[in-house]
Write a protein that binds this ligand. Structure first.
Ligand code: PDD
Length: 287
């Protein structure tokens, strides 16, 4: 089945969808994005993603070309026409396509922004086999720019990090800056010591994950202790458990870091429990 996508107000078959070669998303990575998961044909935490999108745009002095209500309508329509039960909706907004390449921002009055949305069908996303097995991560240096709190489409280094992990026989890479873990290539990173969940605090150094916010809230409601502070790879390698969170993986246990197994090398007690709570609560609240 040909996927139906959304480009600047139109619903089109993916093969007919076009964006200019002068688009600043293409030439300058001058764009922001969001990924919202779909469970049971409904959107998980749409509000959180819409709020973060608004913030990313504002931080880059980009107007918001679409209202929250219209954005919700487009998400729902794409999920409906593409028959998505489990998967994701990807959204990207760029500063548009001026007449020529220029470092200076174009005038938003004369250069409309580009807005693109498409769905990704992932049957079995919630019942992922990796959640049973756990994932392996390696550590790499974090050499990204200083505004990782803005969800921009500059994803070259995270892509390179994924390839470094793949080459090392691992599933992902945790990035390290000044000796401390920042986050995974496309997820937030956590360790567990006893009943305590430890994750880096929010700053410009990491993306403020929408899944992170929900999981920390659920953890506290389940009487687990949450500590937002820096941790090193050495501390992570000797932790009881580790895990990641993101809209596409929910909560995913980490069982090996830089070749060192955590515990007996299988997912522990906390991460699988948090995954279960997250999936239950998200499905209940999905719209
Ligand atoms: N990535 N950190 C980074 C660098 C990310 O790219 C992401 C999300 C997260 C988790 O944020 P959230 O919980 O809001 O998904 C943290 C998305 C899923 C992606 O790029 O596909």
């Amino acid at each position: 089945m040909t996927r139906t996508v959304y480009v600047n107000g139109d619903y089109l078959p993916e093969t007919d969808a076009k964006v200019s070669i002068f688009d600043r998303g293409f030439l300058m990575a001058d764009g922001v994005y969001e990924v919202t998961s779909v469970l049971g044909g409904k959107l998980v935490d749409f509000d959180g993603h819409a709020v973060r999108l608004e913030r990313s745009l504002a931080e880059l002095d980009m107007p918001n070309p679409i209202s929250k209500a219209d954005l919700l309508e487009v998400h729902r329509e794409l999920v409906r026409v593409n028959g998505i039960d489990e998967g994701m909706v990807y959204l990207q907004i760029t500063r548009g396509a001026p007449d020529d390449r220029d470092f200076a921002f174009p005038d938003p009055e004369t250069t409309p922004q580009t807005i693109v949305l498409f769905t990704q069908n992932k049957p079995g996303l919630a019942a992922s086999p990796m959640a049973q097995k756990g994932m392996k991560v390696i550590s790499i240096e974090d050499i990204r720019w200083g505004r990782r709190d803005i969800k921009t489409v500059q994803l070259l280094y995270p892509s390179m990090g994924k390839m470094m992990a793949k080459k090392a026989g691992a599933d992902d890479a945790w990035m390290v800056q000044d000796g401390f873990v920042t986050e995974g290539t496309s997820n937030n990173a956590y360790i567990v010591k006893g009943n305590k969940i430890i994750t880096r605090e929010k700053s410009n150094d990491i993306l403020h994950g929408i899944t992170r916010a929900a999981v920390l809230r659920f953890a506290q409601e389940a009487q687990m202790e949450v500590e937002e502070r820096n941790f090193t790879i050495e501390e992570a390698r000797t932790a009881d458990e580790a895990f990641i969170t993101s809209a596409s993986t929910f909560v995913m246990p980490v069982v090996e870091i830089d070749g060192t197994q955590l515990g007996d090398g299988t997912p522990g007690r906390v991460a699988p429990r948090l995954r279960e709570i997250y999936l239950d609560e998200s499905m209940k609240a999905a719209i």
